[in-house]
Design a protein around this ligand. Sequence first.
Ligand code: MN
Ligand code: MN
Length: 469
Amino acid sequence: MEKTEGQKLEEKLFNNKKSGWENLKNDEKIKILDFNNDYIDFLNKCKTERECAKYAEEILIQNNFKQIDNIENLKPGDKVYYINRKKAVYAAIIGDELLEDGLNLVGAHIDSPRLDLKPNPLYESEGLALLKTHYYGGIKKYQWTAIPLTLRGVVVKSSGEVVDVLIGEDKNDPIFTITDLLPHLAKNQEKKTLGDGIAGEDLNVLVGSIPYNDDKVKEKVKLNILSILNKKYGITEKDFTSAELEVVPAFEARSLGFDLSMVASYGQDDRVCAYTALKALLNLENSKRTSVVLLADKEEIGSVGNTGMCSHNFDVFIAKLLDKTGQNGPNVLDKTLCNSKMLSADVTSALDPTYAMVDEKNNAAYIGHGISLCKYTGHGGKSGASDASAEFVAKVRHILDEQNLVYQMSDMGKVDEGGGGTIAYILANKGVDVIDCGVPVLSMHAPYEVASKFDIYNAYEVYLAFLRA
Ligand code: MN
Ligand code: MN
């Protein structure tokens, strides 16, 4: 049927929202589903920042990236990486243009909210052995009770020997859990607010109940657990003090929905952007500008510390690129950063129909509508926001429009409803042009987060287009 004048004008003038799945060809759908099968495998392997960094290093080596310190001179086309303290990853492909003319950066983070074991975690109480935890990042504590949990990380003995720990993933492994009160006796607990119902000190992980067979011993259950750990890992209670053991959900990453259109998993903030950014770099060819993908640690606690984005380690990596291409000199590092452009690849909140009251619908991100650009984050009167300039937003739009890529532009929640931040401002402070650009997620920071397979594949395409531009 012939379109009316009004319909034609509407098509031309309106910024209409629609699902990316609409009008997708069958082969495109298959491509999206295949890509997500690999992504699901990755999520099941990598539930900590260390595991993500290790995975990234392996896949970078397979794709001919070399450890930067093993290379004397760099020329266009060379591929290098650096792993910062086993927890953060910087990888680059040298372009034809001078580095001081600017880099194309995509930066995500690989740490996720979780429970860390305290330095003296193990105790016995009323015949049960438990582990004390200290939560990491923004969690709703009640969500972490009565779910299956795994324990992963490292114990480093004073000799320097590193013991890898991974319990609860194999079907033959035990899992752990944090107990909660039965509803029958929760009359007073249920009167508390959602935020107060479970306290930080209530997040104690149940790990055993069989006493050691010796009446002379006081804490028999604790001793039995230590004896098991000593046999398996050769560790003593003191070794917990130099350990990084993380308690994370044992849930498997799975396809979600009758139509298999979504992925449910722990840790999609921000491993969804980390995975897609890394994939984009691996599939990048012949770029004019030098491309860098960085996977940061400690974003969830403010990007602090020597593996977080605030540390100088990233600048040192860029300085090495300048040195080894023979392009370093006075102020060249600053010049390079000031001429660079970046996508801060971090997830955003997707509109949830059950909780739509926190969003302003015209400026919310929608599941399945593609990657979401956020011009600014922050809270209150844009406090703490890195606000991308109109000129830079236009540049990014141009890159995506040229490739006919789907994307949306959103704000996180209603004004004064709350807010959030990413690594964007840290790079912006160095002079880089940055905009947040990530996958919209439901139940963000929960033990099981949801993202759309369309958006996940779209993120990969968007990052690739940006690195290429
Ligand atoms: Mn994030
Ligand atoms: Mn987060």
